[in-house]
Design a protein around this ligand. Structure first.
Ligand code: ZN
Length: 373
């Protein structure tokens, strides 16, 4: 959702106000090592989760601080102390962070289970992933007065998770994009791939920015415990997360700033052509509940850069997500007629393209859009 809003804003900005300079606010990353102090987290044969994740978090922070002075870095803890879940999200929300990274290791009775996964907030395959969320959420029980503080949320009771069924996560696309970057790094390092998954983590629910929870591996698996404790293992994991942070940040900044200058250097004709469209998009924005028409090109299970050659050079590419698919759209129009005309123009490139409509950034049917002019 955020991506789309940003896109609309940029589209306007670049077309109408060519001299708009990007926001100068530094890109803020919050690193959240799980557990700490009286809460050891998952326990292995010789190691505690709290120590491994702190070590990984500090290494990650050091790498960022050394190489990316433009990133504003915040830890929820950088020593062995107990931090409440609500305090962790409060730190990130107060800093208006661009990215929240919670770092954990998993633990289960079965010593054979291994592998890395990155979670975003969600309820897909709830029954399968709820157990791991319960384990991480149950830290709440170590806090005093947790009943009052978490409004009756009981991390061990299945009923408590009903609230997550109604969740609307405005940052889902971005969270999944970042999670995929991290997990792809793990897979390249030949870690057992448990995938990018969704689960109802309290701390992800309470943060108002793209947020992920990384399960580095299983501390209860002897081989993996050794790996998680080792310098080599930690350095490898840190490198994967670090590369993902840099790529995510560059992508974010490129979209919010570089695009301005890029489009400024376009021909006057292209800008003139965009101006009419931009005015219409502006009108659309002024009246929030007016539908926006886009042309859907295709859908894939992978996240593509908007400059990907698959788009055959078309600009103004956007996407939305449905189930496991990224659905890519082109253009933004205030009427179905204009969208239809544009669709015709690109029919030789994308013969199967069709028109989709969004209202308040939620997809609606064409029939619905037509019935409410
Ligand atoms: Zn944990």
């Amino acid at each position: 959702m955020y991506f789309r809003l940003l896109f609309l804003a940029l589209f306007l900005a670049t077309s109408l106000h060519q001299n708009l300079s990007g926001a100068e606010k530094p890109f803020t990353v919050v690193i959240d090592p799980g557990h700490g102090g009286r809460d050891p987290g998952a326990v292995g044969a010789t190691a505690f989760e709290k120590n491994i994740v702190l070590s990984v978090a500090l290494k990650l922070g050091k790498l960022i601080e050394t190489n990316n002075k433009d990133i504003n870095l915040i830890y929820t803890r950088n020593t062995d102390v107990f931090v409440k879940l609500e305090e962790r999200s409060r730190i990130a929300n107060k800093a208006k962070a661009n990215l929240f990274i919670s770092i954990h290791t998993d633990g289960v009775p079965n010593k054979k289970v291994s592998g890395a996964s990155v979670f975003t907030l969600g309820q897909d395959k709830l029954s399968e992933n709820i157990e791991v969320a319960k384990r991480e959420n149950s830290v709440i029980l170590l806090e005093e007065n947790y009943e009052q503080r978490y409004e009756g949320f009981n991390p061990t009771s299945a009923e408590s998770y009903i609230m997550f069924e109604f969740l609307q996560d405005a940052h889902m696309d971005q969270s999944i994009a970042f999670a995929s970057l991290v997990q792809n790094g793990f897979v390249r390092k030949k870690r057992t791939d448990r995938g990018v998954r969704q689960a109802p983590y309290w701390v992800l629910w309470d943060t108002g920015m793209p947020s992920v929870l990384i399960e580095l591996g299983f501390i209860t698996n002897p081989d993996e415990e050794r790996y998680l404790k080792s310098e080599k293992g930690q350095d490898e994991l840190v490198r994967c997360i670090y590369d993902a942070v840099v790529e995510f940040k560059n992508d974010y900044q490129r979209k919010s700033m570089a695009k301005t200058s890029e489009e400024n250097s376009d021909t006057a004709g292209a800008i003139a052509q965009n101006t009419q469209e931009a005015r219409e998009v502006q009108d659309v924005q002024a009246v929030q509940d007016v539908p926006v028409y886009k042309i859907q090109l295709f859908a894939t299970s992978t996240l593509l850069d908007e400059n990907n050659s698959e788009f055959l050079g078309l600009k103004n590419i956007d996407y939305y997500r449905e189930k496991d698919l990224y659905k890519y759209t082109y253009g933004a129009f205030s009427t179905e007629k204009e969208a239809a005309a544009e669709r015709k123009k690109i029919a030789s490139l994308f013969p199967d393209a069709f028109i989709v409509v969004f209202k308040d950034n939620i997809r609606i049917s064409l029939e619905e859009a037509r019935s409410k002019p």
